[in-house]
Design a protein around this ligand. Structure first.
Ligand code: B12
Ligand code: SF4
Ligand code: SF4
Length: 238
């Protein structure tokens, strides 16, 4: 593989073809717990890969329509593996997935890589994409010669949208008050989703608190994708 920018250009092109994008790099320090490769080598860095806005859904939907049983029980996870495993192989990287146990600390990595902070919903909020971004995987590299070139260790301070949001409509939009500045009440949320009102409301049209956030509305997922993610919560068990 040639120089740093050629590697990243190739990676970005492969991801863009799937409606995905690079969401930052974490370069690990000596004291960090790092992902291990099968042969015991440890990762020097991870590149976060994810979804923002509407680009992924048509690609995933086309794959699903062409795949036996629509991709099975967890189709988005299967699609992610189908797409990212070959990219990782080409790059000499190890693919890691957010839903695969033991869970890798994707949110902690994103806070470090992108300077993101949490919203009252428990989701990280991005100054541009708002609450409409998530992770499909990460590529772990044994060697990382600061390919990013964008100083992953010296992030510019990015604004935290919640600090400037006086009204905080997410707090009042949840019908059961599950969203608060102290903590996100997972049990209260899931109880509501299992109810008739929750089935007709949040389960169909998406989390009302997430929908109420004014940041990044242009990047809101398509309705079908919003519904898909809600259905994937597999109620009522936590
Ligand atoms: C278990 C899980 C759930 C559980 C419990 C969530 C909870 N709030 O406790 C359930 C099934 C309920 C759930 C629901 C959803 N989840 Co979820 N979930 C996970 C999962 C698979 C594991 C979390 C975990 O334990 N990680 C292990 C720990 C070690 O990793 P961590 O990075 O350190 O994560 C913890 C820290 O970030 C910690 N934390 C520590 N300090 C701080 C500071 C701040 C400010 C914040 C915000 C968090 C935080 O909170 C995390 C623990 O939950 C992650 C994927 C992942 N691998 O992290 C997705 C993940 C967190 N979920 C995600 C999403 C999008 C959702 C849903 C919106 C799905 C949907 N319906 O569309 C809902 C929203 C629920 C909500 N408001 O929180 C995204 C969040 C993306 C983002 N923008 O931040 C993730 C990262 C998955 C992904 N593919 O991107 N989820
Ligand atoms: S509505 Fe305001 S406080 Fe709530 S998540 Fe959006 S920016 Fe943050
Ligand atoms: S999904 Fe519905 S019940 Fe859960 S936090 Fe969002 S608005 Fe509240």
């Amino acid at each position: 593989m040639s120089g740093p920018s050629a590697v990243l250009d190739r990676l970005d092109a492969l991801l863009a073809a799937q409606g995905l994008m690079r969401l930052g790099v974490v370069q690990f320090d000596a004291g960090d717990t790092t992902p291990a490769f099968g042969d015991g080598r440890r990762a020097a860095a991870v590149v976060l890969v994810g979804v923002t806005g509407q680009a992924m859904w048509p690609v995933f939907s086309a794959w699903r329509a062409a795949t036996v049983h629509g991709g099975g029980e967890n189709p988005l996870d299967r699609w992610s593996e189908t797409v990212l495993d070959p990219i990782a192989a080409e790059m000499g990287a190890l693919a890691l997935y957010p839903s695969r146990a033991p869970y890798q600390p994707f949110q902690s990595w994103a806070m470090r890589a992108e300077g993101l902070k949490g919203s009252p919903l428990g989701l990280l909020i991005h100054p541009v994409f708002g609450l409409w971004h998530s992770f499909r995987g990460a590529l772990a590299f044994v060697e990382w010669d600061d390919w990013s070139g964008d100083g992953a260790d010296v992030l510019p301070a990015i604004p935290h949208p919640c600090d400037d949001c006086a009204e905080k409509p997410c707090l009042s939009a949840c019908p059961v008050g599950a969203v608060s500045l102290d903590r996100f009440d997972v049990t209260g949320c899931r109880g509501h989703l299992a109810s008739g009102e929750g089935q007709a409301g949040c389960m169909r049209g998406g989390c009302l608190a997430r929908n109420a956030c004014p940041v990044g509305v242009a990047y809101r997922y398509p309705e079908a994708q919003v519904r898909f993610h809600m259905q994937a919560l597999k109620l009522p068990a936590l």
